[in-house]
Design a protein. Structure first.
Length: 271
């Protein structure tokens, strides 16, 4: 990591909180600088605390340099009295609470120094995530850099200028891995319908999606459209399939409707 906070409190150590915690430790954030607050930590987090040496639910905690909110969005109101004492005037708050706006967090943590809203995704658990960030107007360059450095431990980072776009980030990348997993399921089911044994179809579908993703990663200089075109021969089998997928009522409008549904749900979680 480019820079370490002198002190960091992680509120919530579920799947995403735990993934970030492991990434920070892996990148060299000193365990002595970390405090994890979770009323019901899993065995994995408890063991990690024992093995690594960070504090887990200490009886007293002062306001840290960075407070990361990784609790369930619906729990923000209930947790606010506990979190308020951790959000001092010199504290940078990074919130990954889906649908909760900076204004929502500011209303409950009024003394926080600055707030940055973040939307990571599940591949953060393997260091291949992507996080969208939006900073409160008063956030300093140093605070923005700190938020970017912490989230970059889990993968790529993209800042958006308008916080309202975070709901769109949620719809595309936050929820996006589930779309890809479901595509893999559908591809396997299509193989079974064509006569393949279920285990063979599943292996083919999974390996195809894994390989295509790796190709996207390694061929960063090419757009997805260019890669698609490179494996599509005129009049060939791929072209026949793409004619269906790219029809007016094909995959594009379906994905657009799905993303819009996710965005609406993120908006509904606000407040």
């Amino acid at each position: 990591m480019e820079s370490f906070p002198a002190s960091l409190v992680l509120a919530g150590a579920g799947k995403m909180g735990g993934a970030m915690l492991r990434a920070w430790l892996g990148r060299g954030l000193p365990p002595g600088a970390i405090c994890v607050m979770d009323p019901d930590p899993g065995e994995g987090i408890a063991k990690l605390a024992t093995d690594s040496g960070f504090a887990l639910n200490p009886p007293t905690t002062t306001a840290p340099q960075v407070l990361v909110l990784a609790i369930k969005p619906q729990a923000l109101h209930e947790a606010a009295p506990t979190l308020t004492r951790l959000a001092g005037p010199n504290t940078l708050v990074i919130s990954i609470l889906a649908g909760k706006t900076i204004a929502n967090v500011r209303a409950r943590l009024p003394d926080a120094g600055a707030i940055v809203r973040a939307m990571p995704n599940l591949p953060a658990a393997v260091g291949r995530g992507v996080t969208g960030l939006a900073a409160e107007p008063g956030a300093s360059t140093a605070q923005r850099a700190m938020a970017e450095s912490l989230m970059a431990a889990t993968g790529a980072v993209v800042f958006v200028d308008d916080e309202r776009l975070i709901d769109a980030v949620t719809a595309v990348s936050g929820s996006g891995p589930a779309y890809v997993f479901y595509l893999t399921e559908c591809l396997a089911e299509a193989g079974v319908a064509l006569g393949l044994p279920a285990d063979v179809a599943a292996r083919l579908a999974r390996a195809t999606v894994e390989g295509a993703g790796e190709l996207l990663f390694q061929c960063g200089g090419q757009t997805p459209a260019q890669l698609r075109e490179s494996v599509t021969s005129r009049g060939g089998t791929t072209a026949a399939a793409l004619e269906v997928l790219m029809a007016e009522d094909g995959l594009a409008p379906l994905i657009a409707r799905a993303a819009r549904a996710a965005q609406r749900r993120a908006e509904a979680l606000s407040g």
